[in-house]
Ligand binder design. Structure first.
Ligand SMILES: [Zn+2]
Length: 341
């Protein structure tokens, strides 16, 4: 039987570049950087286990972030990684992708070179892999402090002139501890003034005041939103702010105690704007196909529901009207082919 979940066109709005490197891509990057015979960074046991396709513990899964950062510190490997991620999403029948990444200064690249490399790769991919439309949401890592945040916003505003069709918004992510949103809010306002959308990680931990501040600031989408409750939750609903739900990521990171307890269930059943995303499919060993299948199995969504969920997600993208129209056509064609009304 044809696999509906694999074949249904999909939209991914919350995916971090470095967390979306498959094991195969990590290996290929390792060979590029360290050579074929010993692709892992210095006889690393965990990397060796990835090489041999062995099962990883959760702690070892998180090690993949470390490898990803190490292996994408040169323009060539960063280009290769970006291209591989786009290809993997396209192979999963993702037709529209908003990718996030924090510009990093390395010994081989400035932050500007980092972002330009990613942007140029996306631009080239639009011709070479036309089945998928890709946008970029450059991130600010909260844990890196305000000066880095200022730098990133200035850089993004500068690059927006050259890549207005690719840079569509910004993200705020990273460990929030010891930082206050209000400090970043003032910096992000500058990006907002340039009509960049705000797709902020919000409500990843319990802090009603911070969540309220983010809603008042005007976040356009909510990354995760696990701990949003009470008045804040009602406000999010009233304003129709979409929630980006990442089931496996939340369960594996233990911000949701199980799939069954995931807040997606309530959001879906109570008619919130909500979409399903992978967050870091490489790290958490999943795919958007897999997440939608889980959604159906755990929460009882029918294939009709899944299709509706994906079609609704078109509205939450930062695509332009023409692109949204094209996405709608893709889904209409899928309905016709599948003989679904
Ligand atoms: Zn995330």
């Amino acid at each position: 039987m044809m696999d509906f979940f694999q074949n249904v066109p999909k939209i991914e709005l919350h995916a971090h570049l470095n967390g979306s490197l498959s094991n195969r891509t990590l290996l290929e990057l390792g060979a590029m950087k360290y050579g074929k015979d010993n692709p892992g960074p210095s006889n690393d046991e965990c990397f060796y286990r990835i090489t041999n396709g062995q099962n990883l513990t959760l702690k070892e899964c998180f090690q993949k972030f470390k490898y990803a950062h190490d292996l994408t510190d040169q323009p060539e490997t960063l280009r290769y990684a970006t291209r591989a991620v786009i290809q993997d999403f396209a192979a999963d029948n993702v037709v529209y992708l908003e990718l996030r990444t924090t510009p990093k200064k390395t010994v081989h690249m400035s932050k500007k070179q980092y972002l330009t490399t990613v942007l140029e790769t996306i631009r080239t991919a639009q011709n070479e892999i036309p089945s998928i439309t890709v946008k970029l949401l450059p991130s600010i890592d909260r844990s890196k402090g305000l000066q880095e945040a200022e730098e990133n916003v200035s850089l993004v505003i500068e690059l927006c002139q050259e890549y207005p069709d690719i840079i569509k918004g910004m993200d705020l992510s990273g460990a929030p501890f010891g930082t206050r949103f209000s400090d970043f809010g003032n910096i992000l306002k500058k990006a907002q003034a340039h009509r960049l959308k705000m797709a902020l990680h919000c409500g990843e931990f319990e802090d009603d005041d911070e969540i309220q501040a983010m809603l008042e600031f005007g976040t356009d989408r909510i990354g995760h939103g696990t701990f949003i409750k009470g008045v804040n939750l009602q406000n999010a609903k009233k304003r129709g702010i979409p929630f980006e739900c990442c089931l496996t990521s939340n369960v594996k990171c233990s911000t949701a105690s199980s799939y069954e307890e995931h807040h997606f269930k309530k959001l879906w059943e109570e008619g919130f704007a909500v979409c399903i995303c992978t967050d870091d499919f490489g790290v958490f060993d999943t795919s958007l196909t897999q997440e939608l299948r889980t959604c159906s199995e755990i929460f009882g969504l029918t294939t009709q529901d899944i299709l509706r969920l994906q079609e609704n997600t078109i509205r939450y993208t930062y695509a332009n009207d023409e692109e949204k129209h094209k996405l709608t056509e893709i889904f209409n064609n899928f309905r016709k082919t599948m003989k679904i009304d």
